[in-house]
Write a protein that binds this ligand. Sequence first.
Ligand code: A3P
Length: 294
Amino acid sequence: MDSSTSTAVEKLCSIRGLLIYESFLKNWDNVQAFQANPDDIVIATYPRSGTTWVSEIVDMIQKDGSAEKCKDAIFNRVPYLESKNEDVFDGVKQLKVMASPRLVKTHLPADYLPASFWEKNCKMIYVCRNAKDVAVSYYYFHLMVPAHENPGTFPDFVKKFMSGNVPYGSWFKHVKSWWEKSESPRVLFLFYEDLSKDIRKEVIKLINFLGKKPSEDLVDKIVNHTSFQEMKKNPSTNYTLLPQNQMNQEISSFMRKGCVGDWKNHFTVALNECFDNHYKQEMKCSTLKLKTEI
Ligand code: A3P
């Protein structure tokens, strides 16, 4: 592919109230009709919540800790279900030709996931990250992915984020949709902040959830292979295999900072107060509690 080809800004379209990229919408019928297999494993997140991190951990678990078997690009090993982009991605097409057990990445809220995944009782992992760090990370993602409109200043972007006027809509609705499903033993609800605080514990949780034995050797291998430093320099996880017209990593790295609490470097006191008030309103009826620092 010619990496100098420029990418047009993608329009956002609404599907039943959810904002997604226009090219994804064109493929929506194929996504909704997708036929799951009972052993598919779904990794669902709001964008910039640790999808790639947990995808790499899960694939390492499936491959019994063999980094050698995880050499292909993460977007080939864990196809992005609803993605459809002429140049690079077609999640449905990729998954259809993939051998089982398949790993499936999605950013869809629980109520938008194709029905077949629920009917087949697939295992699902949801990774949730605190809204303020997501907003920061998503802001840089908007700057570095040319398909996005210029997000303006950070406060401008936060306002859009609060009102859900960004791809995949409201963070609040998204996390609540999955939190409601988390009572099911088939849904494992994880927090980015817990992964940051005690990766061993969360890796063991994932290994148990996937029905494997958490031997010390396996846990060690996974923890080492999926550290921020390792994943940042690994071309199969750092997205440097994508051409610059898809992701411009000279503007910002895909693997940017990988920490909890970077929001403190971006939110002014006034913006933080405004965000906290909005947050309280949106989350007042929910039992979901997130940490914004560790
Ligand atoms: P930052 O922009 O805050 O650095 P996603 O994969 O859902 O797009 O999420 C990307 C975010 O997860 C980025 O956050 C990225 O740095 C972080 N991330 C990816 N791998 C990580 C790892 N191994 N450890 C910590 N954070 C990681």
